[in-house]
Design a protein around this ligand. Structure first.
Ligand SMILES: *[C@@H]1O[C@H](CO)[C@@H](O)[C@H](O)[C@H]1NC(C)=O
Ligand SMILES: *[C@@H]1O[C@H](CO)[C@@H](O)[C@H](O)[C@H]1NC(C)=O
Length: 133
């Protein structure tokens, strides 16, 4: 009985300490990107926590197969669709509003033409941005 109580108390201590730690880390160090296989945030989607200033390569199923991408307020991201991993400056900036809802019909800033960026989108890098909403 004694050891059961000790285990129980340590589980309570662990679970009550955990949420604060996660929230703090997310608020201070991370962006949250949402990636969907379909355009306009349809089909399979995942939320990807992204440490600021660190390249994230899209997971299997999404690499070269993304219809839409957005980032939660408080950050912007540079997306790369012309290389296998984040290029130095990225190919385009994506802000929380409007995000990039139609990556298969994307206005490429480098060429000024509409391209299918979603079929070659491999990676992204996010930065903190207090004014990004
Ligand atoms: C996504 O939404 C835009 C704007 O409403 C629309 O023009 C486009 O056809 C939609 N794309 C798909 C694949 O549904
Ligand atoms: C993604 O597409 C690019 C361009 O076609 C290709 O070079 C790369 O190997 C692809 N990556 C994966 C993981 O399929």
């Amino acid at each position: 009985m004694k050891s059961f109580t000790a285990v129980f108390l340590s589980v309570v201590a662990f679970t009550s300490a955990l949420p604060t730690t996660i929230i703090d880390a997310r608020a201070e160090d991370q962006a949250t990107a949402t990636v969907c296989q379909g355009e306009n945030f349809t089909g399979d989607c995942i939320d990807i926590p992204a440490n600021y200033n660190q390249c994230v390569v899209l997971p299997e199923g999404y690499i070269n197969n993304t219809g839409s991408f957005k980032v939660a307020p408080g950050a912007f991201c540079r997306i790369t669709y012309t290389a296998d991993t984040c290029s130095l400056h990225g190919d385009a900036f994506v802000y929380p509003t409007p995000g990039a809802p139609t990556l298969h019909h994307f206005d490429d800033p480098a060429t000024g033409t509409q391209i299918d960026a979603g079929s070659t989108f491999t990676s992204f890098l996010c930065q903190q941005c207090s004014g990004c909403a």
